[in-house]
Design a protein around this ligand. Structure first.
Ligand code: SAM
Length: 275
């Protein structure tokens, strides 16, 4: 583990706040020290001071994103927080199932991590909407991390990541793959193109300007606001409101809440909000 001085920690925290909205409170110091230490052991920088000097003076955007990956967490899984998908099935999809051929349906997975979330949305939509082939149904998947976006684009997951899914879904939506340089008995699973083709994957920093116009029928903003302070969360959610359709919903993580924020959203169920 590397030891970070208070002024170095402040510099890192300021940078993370300004660029990515991450709120690195002093409680995170040990975590940052452990992660930076591991990286420095494998790098040519030698010390925290020279790494920070590099970030300050000559780092490319890609270098900065490697640093972002050291500070952030990408935990995710297929069908995470299943109650959100039950809500969409019961409250949103019946209305969409009744729409005429060609209706556009737009869903945004706004911190998509390795793709488990947007592909879950795609699989779930196929299961719930008998008319999906007739709709113009698209899922936008964005995240800041190059590492997770690369994974999301490959859409290949280890057996452990999909083993809890019902067998019926596995056969229907995943293809078994033997990846190069893996033991003969070890398989990975790639999401089939039927679902991959619904998802467009882009890099997007939630703190910067957004090119898309919406409106979205559902926005998944799950388990990312926990890293932001109150002010950042409030601004972010207000911006989300401008891209949500009038009868759309914003879904946040089960451990998150909009209570105490001035956003204009009303809670429909815990962690599910309407304008
Ligand atoms: C814990 S994961 C959540 C993944 C998924 N939404 C879920 O609930 O399973 C948080 C994700 O937020 C992303 N993230 C953090 N700050 C971000 C920012 N400023 N802009 C875009 N993505 C960000 C991270 O890269 C990470 O993949």
């Amino acid at each position: 583990m590397a030891t970070i001085s208070p002024s170095q920690f402040n510099e890192i925290a300021d940078l993370a706040q300004e660029r990515w909205g991450l709120d690195l409170t002093p409680r995170k110091k040990t975590l940052v020290e452990t992660r930076l230490g591991k990286m420095l052991n494998k790098s040519e920088y030698g010390s925290i001071a020279s790494y920070l000097e590099h970030l300050r003076t000559e780092a490319t955007e890609e270098d900065m994103l490697v640093f972002f990956d050291l500070l952030s967490t990408n935990t995710t899984s297929f069908f995470r927080e299943a109650e959100h998908f039950r809500y969409v099935e019961e409250a949103i999809y019946p209305r969409i199932a009744a729409k005429p051929r060609g209706t556009s349906v737009r869903i945004w997975s706004a911190a998509c991590s390795n793709g488990s979330e947007p592909y879950t949305i795609g699989i779930h939509a196929h299961e719930c909407l008998p008319n999906i082939a007739e709709l113009d149904f698209k899922i936008l998947a964005t995240d800041l991390s190059n590492k997770v976006l690369q994974h999301a684009r490959m859409a290949v997951y280890p057996e452990k990541a999909i083993e809890s899914l019902p067998k019926k879904l596995l056969g229907k939506y995943f293809e078994k793959r033997q990846l190069p340089n893996t033991p003969r008995c070890e398989y990975s699973y790639q999401v089939k193109s039927l679902v991959r083709s619904m998802v467009s994957i882009h890099r997007l920093n939630l703190m910067e300007s957004w090119p898309m116009k919406g409106p979205f029928d559902v926005i998944f903003l799950r388990n990312v606001m926990i890293y932001f302070n109150k002010d950042t969360r409030e601004k972010l959610v207000r911006r989300m409101a401008t891209l949500l359709s009038n009868d759309g919903v914003l879904i946040i993580g089960g451990a998150e809440t909009l209570s105490g924020l001035d956003t204009g959203f009303t809670m429909v169920r815990p962690s599910i909000y309407a304008k």
